[in-house]
Structures are given as C-alpha cells and as structure tokens.
Write a protein that binds this ligand. Structure first.
Ligand code: DGY
Length: 330
C-alpha cells in the first residue's frame, strides 16, 4: 500500500523522524534553517501532512500549495502565531501544537534568566574569565535577593503556573494576571489574582507567559515600565513582540528597572540596537524548550498528531476542531 507523504520543513530530532518513517514517506529539509518561501511552497505540494516549525510562515498560500489531500500541519511548538488558523480551518486542515511537554523546560529557563539577572551571573562570569578577580570584595557584583520576594506572573496558562509552583521553593509571594482565575493554582501556591497595574507596581520579578495575539502585542511598553519598581526584573520566554523592545531598551538605559532576561525578541533573530551593549540584560537565543528530552518529546508529539490525522482520527492536540466542518476550498 502506498504510504502517505509527509514534509518536515526543517531538521528536527531523530525520534520523531523515525516514528513518522514507520507510517509515511518522509521528506525532510536536511538543513537546520527555514526553507526559503519558494522551496516551502513547492515542498508542501502533494503532501498529506506537514510538520512545520515556528520559523515557517504558514498561511493560506502554503495551504493552497499543499493541495486538498493535505490533512494536517503539525507545528513543532506550543506557540502557533506563525500559522493562519482561520485559513487552515476554512480549508479543513488540522493545526496542532505541542502543549505540556515543554512546560518544565520553559519555566526552568525563565528561572535561569531570573537568577542570571538578579545575581549578575553573566557579568560576573565574564569578569572572572578576563582574569579580573583579584580577591573577595564586599561590593563585588551585588545582586538582588530572590527568596521571599514577590513574583508577578503574566498569564495563567500551563507554563506560568509551572513557574509559580517552583516559586514556592523560594518562599515567594505570587501575584498573577490571567483571563480568568485559576483556583487550583491559587490553592496550591497562595497566588493572588490581581489587575495589571497592581502586578506591575508590586512585583519584584515579572515573568511573561502569554501567547502572541493582537491583544498582547506590546503588552509591556513605556506606560508599564513607568509603573514598575526601579528594582524590578522582567523576564520574557513567551514571544518577543509582547514587549515593546524599543521601550525596554529605554527603560534599561534609564535604569527605570533593574534588569531583564530575554529568550525571545521582537523581530527575531534581529536585536534592537543597544540591547546587546547593556549589562543589565541577559539575552539568549530562543532556547526555552531547548533540552534534548523536551525537543525529542515535542517532535514525537507532532509526529503522533500527524499519524492520528492520517488514520482519520482527530489529532490529540488539535487547535481548530471546527475545521472538521470546514469546506475544502479550491
Ligand atoms: C514554543 O514552543 O512556542 C517555543 O517558543 C519553542 O519551543
């Protein structure tokens, strides 16, 4: 029997590729970089399923190029702001993502950034490597306490709540904002549901865990920096455009806040000029989910979703169930 055809748009860890190969004819972009647009458009043609990445712009042109037989685009990420959901739904194409498997890794990276900024790890590491450490000093790389402080979480989803649970180990007070109250989370962590201004005013550490939507673009900009404590530390492991990066640079330069830890940037991989020159910011290249275990699990989850769709089932991580009734447009 002819196997269904799958395109993987960019090199991903082997376990997912091996799993897909058991059921499908797999074509994978062998390069670890996004396919140029024309190659993506010709690559998806005639495929029954596509495993795509957050660096691919998946819009109606891509769905159309894939053809009517295509059942699913499985996004290798929990965020799916790179996918035109409406177009997929209209064409009856399943879109799936990878929720849950990356919560620990991403929350852990938020903690790593939080500590790196508060304890000035990167600056101090550089200083030591440069041979400048000439002996103990009472004022060498003074940072800020974490234990007992107030953590403000923006977003009450899985990753934000995961971060909050870990804050218990540091005896932190937790305040959060979300679309709705998370009662179980509040019971477990004593987190307090507050409004945005209260969170910005009271938090010593602010960590962002919201998806990128029109309503969350520049959610943190100049007015928000004006409300924060001068000692506040801002962490972002969600999506870059949630922060107005120009306003952030201004706030960091003017020492309106103590510092920031960023895994994501407004126009990735481009960085706002001056960001890299500032010592009160720690920047890493979108590695929130980048552990061997997590990336394997993300790949396996995407592959399983594809296999389910090809078997005529509704994939477990479907984001647009309503696509089932969506007409297959020409
Ligand atoms: C995601 O999954 O959305 C992350 O940004 C990459 O793992």
């Amino acid at each position: 029997m002819k196997k269904p055809k799958v395109l993987i748009t960019r090199k991903i860890p082997e376990p997912a590729v091996l799993l897909l190969k058991e059921y499908c004819e797999v074509e994978m972009n062998p390069n670890d970089k996004a396919m140029p647009r024309n190659e993506l458009l010709s690559g998806v043609k005639g495929k029954d399923a596509v495993l795509c990445l957050l660096t691919d712009k998946i819009d109606d042109e891509v769905f159309k190029a894939a053809g009517k037989q295509c059942k699913i685009f499985a996004n290798y990420a929990v965020g799916y702001n790179n996918v035109d959901m409406e177009a997929a739904t209209k064409r009856g194409i399943f879109i799936t993502n990878t929720p849950g498997v990356l919560d620990d890794a991403t929350a852990d990276l938020a903690w790593a950034l939080l500590f790196s900024v508060s304890r000035r790890i990167v600056e101090a590491d550089q200083f030591t490597r440069e041979g400048k450490f000439k002996g103990w000093k009472s004022n060498l790389y003074l940072g800020r306490d974490v234990t007992g402080k107030t953590l403000g979480i923006i977003g009450g989803g899985r990753i934000g709540r995961n971060l909050g649970k870990k804050a218990k180990a540091f005896d932190m007070k937790i305040i959060y904002i979300a679309n709705s109250r998370k009662v179980a989370f509040e019971e477990e962590t004593k987190a307090r549901f507050v409004d945005k201004d209260t969170l910005l005013r009271e938090a010593d550490f602010i960590s962002i865990h919201v998806p990128l939507l029109p309503s969350t673009k520049h959610y943190i900009s100049e007015p928000e920096f004006n409300l924060m404590k001068e000692t506040a530390i801002l962490i972002n492991t969600s999506r870059g455009p949630v922060i107005d990066e120009k306003a952030l640079v201004k706030a960091l330069k003017a020492k309106k806040i103590w510092g920031a830890g960023l895994d994501v940037f407004e126009n990735e991989p481009y960085l706002e000029p001056e960001l890299e020159k500032l010592s009160n910011v720690v920047i890493v290249p979108h590695i929130g989910s980048a552990t061997i275990e997590t990336r394997n699990n993300m790949g396996l989850m995407a592959a399983r979703n594809i296999i389910q769709a090809l078997n005529g089932e509704i994939p477990a991580n479907t984001l647009n169930r309503e696509c089932i009734t969506g007409a297959k447009e020409e």
